[in-house]
Ligand binder design. Structure first.
Ligand SMILES: Cc1ncc(C[n+]2csc(CCOP(=O)(O)OP(=O)(O)O)c2C)c(N)n1
Ligand SMILES: [Mg+2]
Length: 365
């Protein structure tokens, strides 16, 4: 796909499958094999199980705050699947499928959400930066990684994620401007899930599309249906080819919907209607790819229950391993920012250690 040929102002997203999983284009050739599509579907199903179970562990008090991914699985699994081992990924927070596809273990993800900083020193996954909570701060890092790739004459690319809300941050603009000027091989995926916590996207920006922001930087931009695995995969592949050939960065706006809460501490009923949530239900990415596979007669949905049963066992085993991991140490909180701790942080650490020592000696009530 020629990514530079698309108009980023076009509000109609690039789409292959309709809500019923039927192909809407007249002359479309399937570029992924049937078995690749089945694999993608299974990965999406797996990610959905992980997500559902993570929420349940949090509700049981066995994990801290977690940002649900429900409804956004197609774009994250597709993103993870197009990257080669030598490509970089710079995450935000709501693309669990991409971390999983990049080789981050479930145990590491669970450890992270149980407060272990060490979980971000991924054992198997290569060329992936830590999960980023300060909104948009990952984009300058991604542009810098991309510049490094170019500087060293490597053939790799860097893929980064941001939310619709994140596009209003200065870091986003500065980094994309830099990336375009220096033609760095950076693909930025905006997960437009229509909300930044409670703020709807129409109050976030007056732009016609978020992809349109690419015009001001001077890079290709495209709006794609992020709930359509096949469309998402095509757009990502086209963008990666473009960047890998040395043409510079690409901005992708993936339209999706956060079907769950912002995090396990949020209640979306307070700021959106049930009617709106119901409108998005039929566009669900998992159901859509399933319908496509069923129409093609290459998937039997009756086999799913057994598959899911196996996934849940595997997820639970990895959660139990994370739960049995020794408690994180105080050092962990301070260890990863500076090679030598500045005196004020040293003092903070000591103060907290004193507090822990004092409270440990208090008699049990
Ligand atoms: C710099 C910064 N400001 C505010 C916050 C608090 N905060 C966390 S998530 C969020 C909204 C993010 O919305 P969006 O970028 O659309 O991503 P989404 O959560 O929808 O995936 C905000 C304001 C933060 N983490 N960092
Ligand atoms: Mg959002």
């Amino acid at each position: 796909m020629d990514i530079a040929a698309y108009d980023p102002l076009n509000e109609t997203p690039y789409q292959i499958l309709d809500a019923q999983g039927k192909v809407i284009l007249d002359h479309w050739e399937q570029s992924l094999s049937d078995s690749e599509l089945i694999e993608a579907f299974k990965n999406m199903l797996f990610v959905r199980q992980f997500d559902t179970m993570a929420i349940s562990y949090q509700r049981q008090g066995r994990m801290y705050t977690y940002p649900p991914n429900l409804g956004q699985e197609a774009l994250s699994v597709a993103s993870g699947s197009v990257l080669q081992k030598t490509d970089w990924m710079v995450p935000s927070v709501r693309e669990m499928g991409a971390w999983y596809m990049k080789g981050v273990s479930l145990k590491e993800l669970f450890l992270y959400y149980r407060g272990h900083e060490i979980a971000q020193r991924f054992e198997q996954a290569n060329r992936i930066m830590p999960i980023t909570v300060p909104i948009a701060s990952q984009i300058p890092h991604a542009a810098g990684v991309g510049y490094g790739i170019k500087f060293h004459g490597e053939k790799a690319v860097v893929l980064t994620f941001i939310g619709d809300g994140g596009t209003s941050e200065g870091d986003f603009h500065e980094a994309l401007n830099f990336a375009a000027v220096w033609k760095v091989p950076l693909i930025t995926v905006i997960q437009n899930n229509h909300y930044a916590i409670s703020l709807p996207v129409h109050k976030q920006t007056a732009s016609k599309t978020l992809a349109a922001k690419s015009l001001s930087y001077g890079m290709p931009g495209i709006r794609v249906d992020g709930n359509d695995y096949i469309a998402m995969h095509e757009v990502l592949s086209g963008s990666i080819d473009y960047a890998r050939q040395g043409n510079g960065p690409v901005l992708i706006e993936a339209l999706t919907y956060r079907r769950g809460a912002h995090t396990t501490s949020d209640d979306p009923k307070k700021y959106r209607t049930q009617e709106e949530e119901q409108e998005w239900e039929p566009k669900d990415p998992v159901n859509r790819l399933r319908s496509f596979l069923v129409h093609k007669n290459i998937w039997n949905p009756d086999e799913e229950a057994e598959l899911i049963e196996g996934y849940r066992k595997e997820i639970d085993t990895q959660f139990l391993e994370a739960e049995q991991y020794p408690p994180h140490s105080l050092d962990d909180v301070f260890a990863y920012m500076f090679s030598e701790l500045p005196p004020e942080l040293e003092a903070q650490k000591q103060e907290y250690q004193d507090y822990l020592n004092a409270t440990a000696q208090e008699p049990q009530k």
